[in-house]
Design a binder for this molecule. Structure first.
Ligand SMILES: Nc1nc2c(ncn2[C@@H]2O[C@H](COP(=O)(O)OP(=O)(O)OP(=O)(O)O)[C@@H](O)[C@H]2O)c(=O)[nH]1
Ligand SMILES: [Mg+2]
Length: 302
């Protein structure tokens, strides 16, 4: 329980977007709906706003863009400058960011139930998202090994909770995808009870990396999942995948789909989570995501 409340503190200063939203007019953050009910989140938001108004030289536009950044523990919102923001993200890097190199990775086990997962209290990041969104590919790109996590063109490849131990000190967890259209109703129900059990009971979970396919328009099932995690105080980072995929013809570009998704989510979050653009094909966002994970992990670890 103590660990979980520390995680909640981590989520505190997170709010929406970076550059895209600088250009658009952002509604007052206080006028939006809040599925995140935890009182510490409200308090910290007041704290963040208060510290920003102290600096009267900051323009309204700048103030707005700063409230939509993910400002990690150890950083005052009014201290943030552009050099501290990771490219292709809204993530500010703070004093907890550290060595993010992956030196070794080993597969530890597959578990059919949350209670069968490793019990050694090491911090972990869960990789979650729709079937075929690129979870296993992202893991392979992060650890720079082709076949650590099995990938497939066919959705539904990953069926169990798979733990990978990194540098003998923390875990990356590959989860089964949700929303596999061809799965039976019973299989879909199974997915939700099994994975929800994992999120609710896993005290060593530092954050969920919620993968969103940027090559397609926002999907209801992803919005529902993000809202469910938010309501249950599970810290998340939105990881947009397949940002290399350029649409031939009428479809929108990845950055446009991403902006549409963020606009929809923004209506439900007062403190918008961190987000980052990635591609497992080009390596876009890989080093940045690892650095972000290092600051979450080091804060959790202290
Ligand atoms: N262009 C492009 N394709 C990708 C990217 N990431 C994954 N893919 C492709 O998307 C398909 C699904 O990738 P997986 O990594 O197996 O997806 P998954 O989310 O693990 O799928 P399940 O285990 O079935 O839930 C594969 O054909 C990958 O090659 C990416 O960044 N860019
Ligand atoms: Mg997979």
């Amino acid at each position: 329980m103590m660990l979980r409340s520390r995680l909640l503190n981590l989520q505190i200063p997170s709010v929406i977007s970076a550059s895209q939203f600088r250009r658009s007019s952002t509604p007052s953050l206080l006028s939006v709906r809040y599925p995140l009910s935890h009182s510490t989140i409200r308090n910290s938001h007041q704290h963040a706003s208060a510290s920003m108004t102290r600096n009267s030289s900051v323009s309204d536009t700048e103030k707005t863009s700063r409230t939509v950044l993910f400002v990690p523990p150890g950083v005052e919102p009014n201290e943030v400058n552009d050099d501290m923001i990771l490219p292709g993200s809204n993530i500010v890097i703070g004093p907890y960011a550290g060595d993010s190199k992956i030196k070794e990775v080993e597969f530890v086990k597959s578990s059919g139930r949350a209670k069968d997962c490793p019990k050694d209290n090491r911090p972990e990041f869960a990789i979650l998202g729709r079937s075929n969104v690129g979870k296993s590919s992202l893991i392979n790109a992060l650890v720079r090994k082709k076949e650590v996590a099995l990938t497939s063109k066919k959705p539904g490849k990953t069926q169990l909770i798979n733990h990978f131990l990194v540098n003998k000190s923390w875990y990356i967890v590959d989860l089964p995808g949700y929303g596999f259209a061809k799965a039976s109703e019973a299989a879909r129900m199974d997915w939700s009870s099994f994975t929800k059990g994992y999120f609710m009971n896993r005290d060593t979970l530092v954050a969920v990396m919620l993968l969103i396919d940027a090559s397609v328009p926002p999907q209801k099932i992803d919005l529902d999942c993000a809202n469910w995690l938010g309501r249950n105080d599970v810290p998340i980072t939105f990881v947009f995948t397949k940002c290399d995929k350029m649409k031939v013809g009428k479809g929108k570009r990845p950055d446009e789909n991403m902006r549409d998704f963020q606009e929809l989510i923004r209506q439900n979050y007062r403190q918008y989570p961190p987000w980052i653009m990635t591609s497992s094909v080009t390596g876009l966002g890989r080093d940045e995501l690892l650095l972000h994970m290092s600051q979450l992990r080091n804060y959790w670890d202290q």
